[in-house]
Design a protein around this ligand. Structure first.
Ligand code: IDP
Length: 160
């Protein structure tokens, strides 16, 4: 094709997305990845691991002291999770839109939690809610060398 001039005006950001153990056991990994991939976002990091209680506790440190915190940490460290970093324009906000409300019963159909979840303690997926939390969460879950630096060949077909 004739080269299209890229405006270069699409500020890219990164978000931390994690499929929790319930999402893995329920076979939702491919469906979730597909939504981000089909949208046009770039996968820069992915791994499967069973988080330690220490890691799960740090991830949810802001909720320490709340009644659901111990159960939440136990749950997150009870099985395999798929930890990912996705990159693209407004990916933090769009990721949260894909995910839906914290309570799956209050999540709109079409969202991941709205489509697949019922209880708040089994809400399938985590996504960063701000630039600040995304940076902290990516640093907590990934080493810099685990994040791939590359350009998607589809970039000029996704961004104008
Ligand atoms: P978020 O995951 O939508 O960002 P947060 O308020 O940050 O929601 O809560 C983190 C996680 O803690 C939720 O995804 C959910 O799994 C769990 N959680 C939040 N509130 C409750 C609750 O009232 N009972 C049980 N678990 C909760």
């Amino acid at each position: 094709f004739a080269p299209i001039a890229l405006a270069g005006s699409s500020p890219q950001e990164r978000t931390f997305i994690m499929i929790k153990p319930d999402g893995v056991h329920r076979g939702l990994v491919a469906d979730i990845i597909k939504r981000f991939e089909a949208k046009g976002y770039k996968l820069v990091g992915i791994k499967v691991l069973v988080p330690s209680k220490d890691l799960a506790g740090k991830h949810y440190a802001e909720h320490e002291g709340k009644p659901f915190y111990p159960g939440l940490v136990n749950f997150l460290s009870s099985g395999a999770v798929v930890a990912m970093v996705w990159e693209g324009k407004e990916v933090i906000k769009t990721g949260r839109t894909f995910i839906g409300a914290t309570n799956p019963l209050a999540s709109a159909p079409g969202t991941i939690r709205g489509d697949y979840g019922i209880d708040v303690g089994r809400n399938i997926i985590h996504g960063s809610d701000s630039v600040d939390s995304a940076q902290k969460e990516i640093a907590l879950w990934f080493k810099p060398a685990e994040l791939a630096e590359y350009e998607l060949i589809s970039k000029k077909w996704v961004y104008e």
